[in-house]
Write a protein that binds this ligand. Structure first.
Ligand code: NAP
Length: 345
């Protein structure tokens, strides 16, 4: 990356200009429904309160896929995607807070809030510019790849489970769709809190892996009667964490214990039909929407991960050059944990 590369301007400039830039590799999102392009672009220069982090590993989130599919608001091209990154800044190992301008409130983000990686350039590149406050020491027990798997998923799971649902030791927790990045972090955080965790997944193999990680039991949400079997096995749940929405969400009403909290941070399957309100108000159930988290929540999450020596689950590792294969893996939905890009290894 440090070497000077010749960057060729478009053809009509080529004859007259060939400029010398310090260049870096980046995966560029140029158009909806088109593969990301690996390009050599100028290394961004520090200034105006922004510092440069040399990225060693980045991780994918479903958001990156939704953006390339045009399923996201205010899409901007060209842009470098990627919200998760770990790397080096001034010789120290660091992780990046995956958002900008949370705002002054703890209860909700302000109007300027943005997730890293569109509209601002993200982490699918050899380096990134960030406000210095976004750059935090990496938990010492993690590798770059494991640390890159942590920020967005860990932060989202932390806020949903800890800040919003206030999970307590000994409570029964259901994590739906445990194969997802956030869901799996929620499983790990809930277990470290001393909760009894049950899961759902569309894959028996993923349920078995979750049980291997410490979940008590799981059901396949594709099988008829999954909710009744989970109720019989657990006796009901104090906290439910979900990102799917859709018809499965309506089953949660009967799974809730009195005083239960349902934390949800996504709506992958769309609208919830047939949600019965009677069991929800009678059992004093709280429905708690949750999105990402504040810088303080990120610091709290990092400290908790460090104390409990939590290691995020890495599903697979791809090179930056193979970034589109990584996106295909996410689209296929076969992952258990985070899909990571190794950069400058
Ligand atoms: N609000 C926020 O701050 C925030 C942050 C992160 C993510 N999200 C949203 O949360 C969702 C998941 O994101 P991610 O990055 O974790 O995705 P991901 O790693 O690609 O995982 C996809 C998830 O969807 C689950 N799923 C698919 N069909 C399901 C069903 N019928 N019932 C239950 N779960 C089902 C999968 O479970 P199995 O693989 O186990 O079947 C898996 O957990 C997306 O909609 C994303 O936009 C929101």
């Amino acid at each position: 990356m440090e070497s000077k590369l010749l960057i060729a301007f478009p053809y009509f400039f080529q004859k007259s200009f060939l400029l010398n830039f310090a260049a870096m590799k980046a995966l560029i999102f140029t158009e909806i429904n088109k593969a990301l392009e690996l390009q050599d672009i100028p290394v961004p220069e520090e200034g105006n309160g922004l510092v440069r982090v040399d990225i060693k590993a980045a991780a994918l989130n479903h958001r990156d896929l939704f953006i390339t599919q045009g399923l996201y608001a205010n899409i901007k091209t060209p842009c470098i995607l990627g919200s998760d990154g770990a790397g080096e800044y001034e010789g120290e190992k660091v992780v990046c807070y995956p958002a900008l301008d949370w705002g002054d409130e703890t209860a909700f983000q302000g109007p300027q809030f943005r997730v890293l990686g569109m509209p601002e350039n993200g982490t699918f590149a050899e380096s990134i510019l960030l406000p210095k406050a976004n750059v935090l020491p990496m938990p010492a027990h993690l590798t770059f790849q494991q640390a890159a798997a942590l920020p967005l998923a860990g932060l989202t799971a932390w806020r949903a489970l800890i800040s919003r649902c206030q999970v307590q030791k000994g409570e029964k927790v259901l994590i739906s769709g445990v194969g997802g990045g956030v869901a799996l972090m929620a499983l790990q955080l809930a277990m470290a809190k001393g909760a009894e965790v049950y899961v759902t997944s569309g894959s028996e193999e993923k349920i078995a892996k979750a049980i291997n990680l410490g979940a008590i039991n799981g059901e396949n949400y594709r099988d008829e009667g999954w909710d009744k079997r989970l109720k019989a096995a657990s006796g009901g749940f104090d906290v439910i964490i979900d990102s799917a929405g859709g018809d499965g969400f309506s089953r949660f009403a009967s799974l809730c214990n009195p005083g239960a909290r349902i934390g949800f941070y996504g709506g992958t399957l769309g609208k919830v039909n047939n949600l019965s309100l009677q069991p929800l108000f009678w059992k004093q159930v709280s429905l708690l929407g949750s999105t990402m988290g504040s810088p303080k929540e990120f610091r709290d999450m990092l400290a908790f991960v460090e104390i409990h020596k939590i290691v995020p689950v890495v599903d697979s590792v791809f090179s930056l050059e193979d970034g589109n294969l990584a996106m295909e893996r996410m689209q296929g939905g076969g992952q258990f944990g985070k899909i990571v890009l190794e950069i400058n290894a």
